[in-house]
Design a protein around this ligand. Structure first.
Ligand SMILES: [Zn+2]
Length: 261
């Protein structure tokens, strides 16, 4: 099996226990090459690229990127991947106790990896509160569950933040301010779950099982560990963001001219 390209961003400075391919011997080593060495003879073929994604893409501007697995942990890197316009991006990510995989397919009207993954500065508490108040109740409930907070507590806090300041700490509130929240904190086994979900989707596509793969209105699969029996643990839709570049007529025309597949 060919696993595809491996592109590293930085040599590891600390041991990352979420990565089974990284250990104490790999500090300051080239991550992609080390992964290739460790998987030698396993049946998985890797071609390492010990450069940044941007540098590799700039050196190969005409190379078609049919399928890209996005396993990065920040939105700057996600935007860099999307700029190269892959046919399909399978994006795995975590937010607190939630793991999710989204399939972004290059088709008119479909969301791209930039949608709802803004690159933004840390917002003030007042801005975070006003943003939460502007959301509908169902969205706020989902965001609360993602952060391990009972939705009723979040509603009471938003009704009077000063009176109920004990319900939500400043640190917790800032986690809501990170948009996707992926930089706020993460847990090893949640990352492992995201990796398993991503691998399952990749294998499913590789085997040609179209009836069950993520696509269109069911392009998102998520699982959060706070409430495992929650109805939120399901397959649903990651919609386009109205203010994203992918909604512009010029972008849609370009995608329509080169749709995937
Ligand atoms: Zn978009």
């Amino acid at each position: 099996m060919t696993a595809g390209w491996v592109v590293k961003f930085n040599p590891p400075k600390v041991v990352n226990f979420k990565s089974p391919l990284t250990d104490q011997d790999d500090l300051d080593q080239q991550k992609a090459s080390r992964a290739t060495q460790k998987l030698a003879g396993s049946g998985v073929t890797l071609t390492p690229r010990d450069v940044s994604w941007d540098a590799w893409a700039a050196a190969h501007p005409d190379e078609e990127r049919d399928l890209v697995l996005s396993c990065v942990d920040n939105n700057e890197a996600r935007h860099a991947i999307q700029r190269t316009m892959p046919g399909v991006i399978l994006s795995a990510s975590t937010s607190g106790m939630r793991a999710q995989v989204v399939a972004f397919e290059r088709r008119p009207g479909e969301a791209c990896l930039r949608c709802r993954n803004p690159v933004e500065a840390i917002a003030s508490d007042e801005v975070v509160i006003s943003r939460l108040r502007a959301q509908d109740a169902a969205t706020r409930a989902r965001l609360a569950v993602d952060q391990g907070i009972h939705p009723d507590d979040l509603e009471r806090y938003l009704n009077d933040p000063q009176k109920h300041c004990g319900l939500i700490s400043g640190e917790t509130l800032q986690r809501f301010g990170h948009g996707s929240g992926e930089r706020a904190w993460s847990v090893g086994f949640v990352s492992v779950m995201a990796g398993v979900m991503l691998a399952a989707e990749y294998v499913r596509r590789s085997l040609g099982v179209p009836a069950h793969r993520l696509s269109g209105s069911g392009n998102l699969a998520r699982f959060q560990f706070w409430f495992p029996d929650s109805s939120l643990n399901t397959t649903c839709h990651w919609p386009q963001a109205a203010d994203c570049v992918c909604t512009r007529p010029s972008y849609r025309a370009a995608v329509a001219a080169h749709p995937w597949p």
